[in-house]
Design a protein around this ligand. Structure first.
Ligand code: M6R
Length: 367
């Protein structure tokens, strides 16, 4: 919206693509969700309900893998279906046990990723049911899957995937909501999420309009050699995606870890020169993560806390990035745009080639 109004002069495609996120989310949901009846209206997802599916296996790489990992919580918790996550190159090098009651979902924004394409071929050879989530209309591999959905994120020029990742997460959420309808029609959590979706546009716009606040904080972190991203449950893969974007755009070493696992080794790394970025907005694990934050604080660690707006438990941080409050299911939709801006501004500070980071290509077309 800001872009349409000409308020912003984007200096890179990546920046513009981050600012496209609210519009992309609207594209994914509009026409597919009936907000009045709080139901999903989509032929493909309705058709999917007619299949006898007992398990989901999703295969993807890079950001698509993290998008799927985040989405796996929707499928497990909303659809109540066992779900497994596999990196496409590992799928290719592992033993495959074909299962006719498993839905194999392939996530790729480009459909050019060789490992994903080869994995799909193997699954198809065994006659298993395949589903594709893809951004490029008419791509060969999109045609190879039995059914699928387009993410409608338009062209993404920046090598670092931003708006596309969000579109993919939105699609998985919609899948989980649609398939849930079949089992527990009008369940309150499902209806609650659908009710909350329209407010996302404004919430994300608010984060984008605060880009200068995030820039100020990012500048403080541009001088560190390593950054540690931590979260629990759905915020664990969210931290993985945030960390990947930081590596890719800024060339700063970053790692993501489950906050739960700190004491099993990585706590030894923590000190003043190794900042910990805690993704800890309101959720069922909020207080458990605060105990991890306290552990880091006790070791004089630098803490950047990504926190829900209005949160009052703020005594432990070095810096905070506030994001509007959402249910925990929707929290990646507000945290990731903030983390994309954070990585973006660090990279700007370091004069990186933001749209085309060194050594990387938009699509990895060879195995
Ligand atoms: O086109 P794909 O979604 O299959 O690409 C997978 C990864 O190569 C891609 O997500 C990569 O990790 C991004 N550059 C990350 O921003």
């Amino acid at each position: 919206k800001a872009a349409e109004e000409g308020i912003w002069n984007f200096s890179t495609y990546t920046e513009k693509e981050i600012f496209d996120i609210p519009q992309v989310i609207e594209n994914v949901f509009s026409g597919r969700i009936d907000f009045e009846s709080k139901t999903i209206k989509n032929e493909t997802l309705q058709e999917l309900q007619n299949h006898d599916i007992e398990k989901i296996e999703i295969i993807a790489s890079g950001t698509s893998y993290y998008a799927w990992y985040i989405g796996s919580y929707y499928l497990k918790e909303l659809w109540n279906i066992p779900t497994n996550i596999t990196i496409s190159s590992e799928f290719l090098s592992d033993t495959f046990f074909p299962d006719k009651k498993t839905l194999y979902v392939f996530l790729s924004q480009s459909w050019e990723t060789a490992d994903v394409r080869e994995s799909l071929k193997i699954v198809k050879e065994h006659g298993c049911l395949t589903f594709g989530i893809v951004n490029v209309v008419g791509s060969t591999i999109a045609r190879l899957t039995d059914m699928g959905l387009y993410s409608h994120a338009w062209v993404e020029i920046g090598v670092a995937s931003t708006k596309n990742a969000i579109a993919q997460i939105a699609i998985i959420l919609m899948m989980a909501l649609a398939l849930w309808q079949k089992r527990w029609l009008q369940h309150s959590i499902s209806r609650g999420i659908i009710e909350e979706i329209p407010a996302l546009w404004d919430k994300i716009n608010k984060i984008l309009l605060n880009t200068h606040k995030i820039e100020k904080i990012a500048k403080e972190y541009a001088g560190f050699k390593s950054l540690f991203y931590l979260g629990r449950n759905i915020l664990y893969p969210t931290s993985g995606e945030a960390s990947l974007k930081c590596k890719e755009l800024s060339y700063i070493h970053s790692e993501s870890y489950s906050a739960w696992e700190l004491k099993h080794g990585p706590l030894a790394l923590v000190g003043e020169d190794f900042p910990c970025i805690f993704l800890n907005t309101k959720s069922k694990f909020y207080h458990k993560t605060i105990s991890n934050i306290q552990e880091v604080k006790a070791r004089k660690g630098n803490i950047l806390w990504v926190i829900s707006e209005g949160d009052t438990e703020r005594e432990y941080y070095t810096n905070i990035i506030e994001v509007p409050e959402t249910s925990e299911y929707l929290s990646p939709f507000v945290i990731l745009p903030a983390m994309y801006l954070f990585a973006y501004h660090i990279s700007q500070e370091l004069w990186r080639e933001i749209d085309k980071p060194r050594n990387l290509a938009k699509s990895v077309t060879v195995e």
